[in-house]
Design a binder for this molecule. Structure first.
Ligand SMILES: *Cc1c(COP(=O)(O)O)cnc(C)c1O
Length: 354
């Protein structure tokens, strides 16, 4: 076992915290003072260290640059009502990282290493966790192959890193999505369930075409028939049809969102009807035409709960009712926000205090 209590810490000479303006946080552009690094060599994780955020160097023959041997996670730290720093379900991210790792021939990152590095980094950079409503410190753990080797084979050396970035809200207004019926994000036997870099590279072109048509995001459908809803680019999607919360089951093609799980858990606890079963595009479109599509929204760490304002399908656009406080999506966002801030009891044990 690695001894995680031996994280070497090299502090920044002068904090950059004055660059953080909580009222005006650019998404994904500002990084906190420090970052965590561990290297995998000779079959074990070693040399755990926290150093000032800085560039890293790799060989031009780095295997990840050529073949995308890389996986990542995304989670958030929040400041609760008492000013403490809390993280939402980090152990779930640790275990999902290892599900992604196996598919990419990347060695497991022990949960103890994941948790200890995260904890130490957040302790050191706790000033970077903003407190304004809607803000958080986004945490990005990732692992990539570091071999200097141009042939195609699993990497033998890896780096595990964590960087963090203060964020405001991701989408400030309801999103317009297009149901994609030509391109695919994932297919049976592929890598859709893994948070693996290549999945996102492959999604950019179809997403750009949709953006040119005035949409913010795609809703992916199954790669075979394009008749069943899968998920969105970085969020799972849910529909409320005839008072039932509908979402696709997670299988090999859908990323198993932790927000998705939290939303379904709370909904069931509230006694709502939840159906995790294939959602046909035709059902959603017919429900929209008949006024039975009450709500549609995306759920994910980055976007939190993102109400969908319009759905494009083939040549038509279906506008959805604007979410008000009576909507499930609004209530669930309030609940999750309350659990994170400590105003609502954490009955499911989701909050990890730093
Ligand atoms: C990260 C991600 C999600 C959301 O997962 P959370 O754990 O809720 O953040 C959904 N879909 C895809 C494709 C993702 O990459």
């Amino acid at each position: 076992m690695i001894d995680t209590s031996t994280i070497r810490i090299e502090k920044i000479a002068q904090s950059r915290i004055n660059e953080l303006d909580e009222d005006n946080i650019p998404f994904g552009k500002l990084y906190s003072d420090h970052m965590f690094i561990a290297d995998y060599k000779n079959g074990e994780w070693q040399d755990s260290r926290i150093v000032p955020f800085q560039n890293i160097s790799v060989s031009p023959a780095n295997t990840t640059l050529h073949y995308a041997i890389t996986i990542f996670e995304g989670l958030k730290a929040y400041r609760n009502k008492d000013g403490e720093v809390v993280v939402f379900r980090p152990q779930a991210n640790a275990s999902r990282l290892n599900i992604s790792a196996e598919r990419m021939c990347i060695p497991e990152v022990p949960e103890s290493l994941f948790m200890e590095s995260l904890t130490e980094l957040l302790k050191l950079d706790s000033d970077w966790v903003p407190s304004k409503p809607g803000t958080a410190l986004y945490i990005r753990p990732f692992v990539f192959g570091t071999d200097e080797y141009i042939g195609i084979r699993p990497s033998e050396n890896f780096r595990f890193m964590i960087i963090t970035s203060p964020v405001g809200s991701y989408y400030t207004k309801p999103v317009r999505v297009k149901i994609e019926t030509k391109f695919s994000r994932a297919f049976e036997g592929g890598t859709g369930f893994a948070k693996a870099g290549g999945n996102y590279a492959a999604s950019l072109y179809p997403a750009r075409l949709a953006q040119k048509q005035g949409f913010d995001q795609l809703i992916w459908t199954d790669g075979k028939s394009h008749q069943y809803i899968e998920e969105s680019g970085t969020m799972n999607v849910m529909f409320v049809i005839d008072d039932v919360i509908r979402t696709a089951p997670t299988s090999g093609t859908i990323l198993k969102g932790i927000t998705r799980d939290a939303v379904l858990t709370i909904a069931r606890n509230w006694g709502m009807r939840v159906e995790e079963a294939p959602v046909a595009v035709s059902e959603v479109i017919n429900a929209a035409k008949e006024g039975r599509l009450q709500e549609a929204f995306g759920v994910g760490t980055a976007a939190t709960i993102a109400p969908i304002a319009a759905i494009g399908y083939e040549d038509d656009i279906y506008d959805l009712p604007t979410a008000d406080d009576s909507f499930f999506s609004k209530k669930i966002l309030k609940e999750l926000t309350g659990i994170r801030s400590g105003e609502i009891e954490d009955q499911f044990g989701w909050i990890y205090k730093i």
